[in-house]
Design a protein around this ligand. Structure first.
Ligand SMILES: NC(=O)c1ccc[n+]([C@@H]2O[C@H](COP(=O)([O-])OP(=O)(O)OC[C@H]3O[C@@H](n4cnc5c(N)ncnc54)[C@H](OP(=O)(O)O)[C@@H]3O)[C@@H](O)[C@H]2O)c1
Length: 272
């Protein structure tokens, strides 16, 4: 497994996402993921499965300190009054005294960036999380985040071959911040893409595996695919036994002209 070293953190580059997994699925799949070798799990308050994720980690027999665990504070809990109590509730549900990474899930125009970043830094000072970061933040918002002096390690955003994130990725690289790719297989929309299919045929790999490999070959990029099927969870891990050539990387880069965004809620920011 590739690991990304960023500041003092060492993070398995391929993690397991749990969006839209109900409690039963989250319990089964997180346990299966840990059994198959995943050591990085991504959840969020709004997924309403933190309890199941916590149970799965306990039941897996994998030591807590061997799992890089991320959760995210929902946009309605960003204010100074609600922030820390919401994190305490997450920790209770996750059955742990700290997470490894705590993220601001989405910006919220009603709460100033400086206000929620102060809360996030306080959560870190209290030991509720080892590292801090943001999600769904644009370059303009990241400028505000960095102006607070916060030492964030990631911005978790939609990233896969069909979206153009060049500007944001360049900014993150310049500031030594990782990009965690969510919806890394575009919620299945990479399947059937002729470019990914023909590259995969050369290695005996699927479009999904080629996509995940393309992400793994980029500097400071992590990815957190989600699945409800053990066989997919296993095949998503089988991406470290082949290597895309520079030409293949380039032809996959070319797919970004489609600029497909699968996650675009009305409360989202003005994307870069
Ligand atoms: N920060 C945010 O705002 C945010 C937003 C979205 C997502 N996320 C995080 O990112 C994670 C991943 O994103 P996502 O859940 O949106 O979508 P995704 O991982 O891009 O795609 C999930 C879909 O792909 C299918 N799939 C997975 N592996 C497959 C394989 N090997 N072959 C064929 N199909 C496969 C799954 O179906 P099956 O179940 O049938 O395998 C599922 O329908 C989330 O779970 C969450 O942790 C964060």
């Amino acid at each position: 497994m590739k690991e990304i070293k960023i500041k003092d953190a060492l993070i398995p580059a391929l993690g397991f996402g749990t969006f839209q997994l109900d409690s039963t699925q989250a319990k089964t799949m997180v346990e299966a993921a840990l059994h198959e070798g995943y050591r990085h799990i991504d959840t969020a308050q709004i997924y309403r499965n933190e309890e199941a994720v916590g149970e799965a980690i306990k039941a897996s027999g994998v030591a807590r300190d061997q799992v890089f665990l991320t959760t995210k504070v929902w946009r309605e809990s960003l204010g100074a009054k609600d922030f820390l109590p919401s994190v305490e509730e997450s920790l209770r549900k996750l059955k742990t005294d700290h997470v490894d990474l705590l993220l601001i899930h989405w910006p919220n125009a009603a709460v100033p960036v400086a206000e929620y970043m102060e809360q996030l830094m306080e959560a870190q000072q209290k030991g509720y999380t080892k590292f801090i970061g943001v999600s769904n933040h644009t370059i303009a918002l990241l400028d505000e985040v960095l102006a607070t002096g916060a030492d964030i390690i990631t911005n978790q955003v939609e990233y896969h071959p069909l979206i153009n994130q060049t500007k944001l990725y360049t900014y993150l690289q310049e500031h030594n911040i990782t990009l965690t790719a969510y919806s890394p297989i575009a919620q299945g929309k990479v399947i059937g893409n002729p470019t990914l299919k023909s590259i995969g045929a050369k290695y005996g790999k699927s479009e999904v595996q080629v996509t995940l490999r393309w992400l793994m070959q980029q500097d400071n990029v992590l990815a957190i695919p989600r699945t409800t099927k053990t066989e997919n969870l296993i095949s998503n891990l089988q991406i470290f036994d082949f290597e895309l050539t520079p030409d293949e990387m380039e032809s996959i880069n070319g797919l970004r002209r489609e600029n497909l965004r699968v996650i675009n809620p009305s409360f989202g920011p003005q994307w870069d």
